[in-house]
Design a binder for this molecule. Structure first.
Ligand SMILES: CCCCCCCCCCCCCCCC(=O)SCCNC(=O)CCNC(=O)[C@H](O)C(C)(C)COP(=O)(O)OP(=O)(O)OC[C@H]1O[C@@H](n2cnc3c(N)ncnc32)[C@H](O)[C@@H]1OP(=O)(O)O
Length: 186
């Protein structure tokens, strides 16, 4: 399936902020209660991330049995969530919090339960508050592992926000976050 996604002509490619980790280093979670990456979210996906070269990050997801959609394969919504998280984490290179505005996924190959997925996600460029991102996933461990076969791709538009964005919802946070609201990078 070909995508209608197009990058605008006035796209600029930023430099990563100074405090963005060096290639190969672990990225901090952006919010301990996050379903995608939080270590204070028992029901979550516990994704982990490392900085790549330039504006790229790599992420890892273990496809647990509870992520089943069709018989023996990952649920499409789980894969979409993982792409959302990976592309959001790539935006960390900007040093500004973001939320997802638009996300589109191509599901290229079935992904068996028990696989370990690697995501390669990046910022393609920015226009004002709009951050254009893309990503691919490959299976690096499991019955159909092949680091050269892309099993899914994604393109997403993120918008930079200020901390005021979450002011109206902070009272709904579940329990006490390990990093107090406002000190996390959300
Ligand atoms: C120390 C610091 C470290 C920081 C380190 C941070 C790391 C950070 C990691 C985060 C990792 C998270 C990973 C999970 C991320 C989620 O899952 S976030 C949750 C899901 N998303 C949401 O809840 C967002 C809900 N939507 C909204 O709140 C609002 O629609 C938005 C997205 C903020 C946009 O509203 P807005 O701010 O009023 O923007 P608006 O002025 O309407 O539009 C601005 C521009 O964007 C365009 N636009 C807006 N929405 C769209 C759209 N859907 N499609 C196309 N264009 C759009 C507009 O056309 C406009 O374009 P221009 O006129 O500039 O050309």
């Amino acid at each position: 399936m070909s995508s209608t996604w197009t990058l605008p002509d006035d796209l600029t490619v930023p430099e990563p902020v100074e405090f963005f980790p060096a290639a190969g280093e672990k990225l901090p979670q952006h919010w301990s209660k996050c379903f995608g990456c939080g270590d204070d979210q028992p029901a979550g996906m516990a994704m982990s991330f490392r900085a790549g070269n330039g504006l790229e990050v790599t992420g890892r997801l273990e496809v647990a049995k509870k992520y089943q959609g069709g018989p023996g394969v990952i649920h499409g919504g789980i894969l979409s969530t993982a792409f959302d998280e990976a592309q959001g984490m790539a935006c960390m290179a900007l040093g500004s919090p973001v939320v997802t505005g638009h996300l589109e996924i191509d599901f290229a190959r079935p992904i068996p339960l028990g696989s370990v997925l690697e995501f390669r996600a990046r910022i393609d460029g920015v226009v004002r508050r709009k951050v254009y991102t893309s990503a691919e996933a490959v299976i690096v461990e499991g019955p159909t592992a092949d680091p050269d076969t892309v099993v899914g791709t994604s393109r997403g538009l993120f918008l930079t926000i200020t901390s005021e964005h979450f002011a109206k919802t902070k009272e709904f946070v579940d329990g006490e976050p390990t990093s107090p609201f406002g000190t996390s990078s959300v």
